[in-house]
Design a protein around this ligand. Structure first.
Ligand SMILES: *Cc1c(COP(=O)(O)O)cnc(C)c1O
Length: 379
């Protein structure tokens, strides 16, 4: 079976992990600091604005506490979003307001956001679908005008930029994922960016470390003034969602390869674009008309024969799928489903994500193209 996503590890990651084992400290330590710093460099940002964590989902849950969501608040979620955004907002007791997305890009835009803004709107989650940025200037303009926090789920958009700036650093808070299916993987892991740095970072640390607010790397610094160094205070309840040096050392090795990974994905993207023109009713992704770069995380095609095509590809050893099933179609969120979501409905009925990852060989890509063509020849 040709996989839809695949990680790329070799002896670089093995050596990095071996070094951590030999250091006799595998917890949150120097490798985590170094990974945060190098990731910040990759983004062109100050490392003080970044914080590593265990997953992007953890960062999303954290965002609901950091921005103090309450039952009085409305939170806008594009209905094509990662499910943990919906879960986190439900648990925060704030009200979900779903909004529609563009039917071809699957990205949200300012017109759709405008339709659902009320005086109670507190925040919006933005997803850059497949690594192609949303049109952030117009989105940021209406969010500033209406005093709405922008939280950027950049799990798909690790090297994406919008007008020269890294996705995930445009809003008030951003987050990335390093889970098993992401371009840069640490097994599991995540990174958080805060626009307004120190205060939010400290709040996030005290929440996710579950340790005294002054302490960032362990208990020691918080109790240095204490004669009995095992005593401490806590300001609030907290989890312990911290990255460790094992994951961070893998992340550091992956970060060095990231540009190569993206380049390989870019080549595959354009091979698909050039080879799948004018086939049946097939619609290919188009480029937005602003300056951007993509992470090429997804490649997607749209056809009214989507379901049959997926099964045909599967029968030929090619896995495909659709991301992300609209939240408004999920029973658990039905009480928040108050509008028509024509764009998302169209997208969820016609869109197919086909394999794109850095391990695909050119014969794999040729086979995928040939198989898609043969499906439409039979129509
Ligand atoms: C993978 C992904 C997440 C979740 O990341 P985890 O690290 O697995 O929690 C969130 N949002 C998007 C868009 C994703 O692709």
């Amino acid at each position: 079976m040709i996989n839809i996503f695949e990680p790329s590890f070799n002896n670089k990651e093995l050596e990095a992990v071996e070094n951590v084992f030999n250091s006799k400290w595998i917890g949150r330590g120097s490798k985590v600091k170094e990974f945060e710093k190098n990731f910040a460099t990759h983004l062109g940002q100050d490392p003080k604005k970044l914080l590593s964590t265990t997953s992007c989902t953890e960062a999303i849950y954290l965002s609901t506490s950091i921005f103090n969501f309450t039952s009085q608040d409305e939170i806008i979620i594009p209905t094509i979003s990662f499910p943990s955004i919906g879960s986190a907002v439900i648990e925060s007791e704030a009200n979900i307001v779903f909004c529609d997305v563009d039917k071809n890009s699957l990205n949200v835009n300012s017109e759709e956001i405008q339709k659902v803004i009320t005086p109670n709107t507190k925040a919006i989650y933005i997803t850059h679908y497949g690594g192609v940025p949303c049109d952030m200037d117009s989105i940021m303009k209406i969010c500033v005008e209406n005093n709405i926090y922008i939280i950027e789920d950049s799990a798909c958009a690790i090297s994406s930029t919008y007008k020269g700036k890294a996705c995930g650093t445009l809003g008030d808070m951003g987050m990335w994922s390093f889970d098993a299916m992401k371009t840069l993987s640490t097994g599991d892991g995540g990174m958080i960016f805060f626009k307004e740095n120190r205060k939010k970072i400290e709040a996030a640390e005290s929440l996710y470390l579950g340790l005294p607010q002054k302490s960032t790397s362990g208990i020691d610094s918080a109790v240095s003034s204490n004669e009995n160094w095992w005593e401490f205070e806590m300001n609030r309840p907290g989890r312990r969602a911290i990255m460790n040096d094992i994951s961070a050392s893998i992340g550091l090795a992956q970060l060095e390869k990231l540009n190569q990974f993206i380049k390989k994905r870019e080549e595959i993207h354009f091979k698909y674009i050039n080879s799948l023109q004018n086939i049946g009713d097939l619609i290919l992704p188009t480029s937005p008309n602003f300056e951007y770069t993509s992470s090429y995380y997804f490649f997607w095609i749209q056809t009214r024969y989507r379901d049959d095509l997926a099964k045909f590809l599967y029968s030929k050893g090619i896995y495909s799928t659709f991301r992300y099933w609209p939240l408004h179609k999920i029973q658990m969120f039905s009480e928040f489903c108050k509008r028509r979501y024509d764009g998302a409905n169209y997208a969820s009925e016609n869109t197919l994500n086909i394999p794109i990852h850095q391990n695909l060989s050119s014969s794999d890509v040729d086979l995928i193209i040939k198989t898609i063509k043969s499906f439409f020849e039979k129509r």
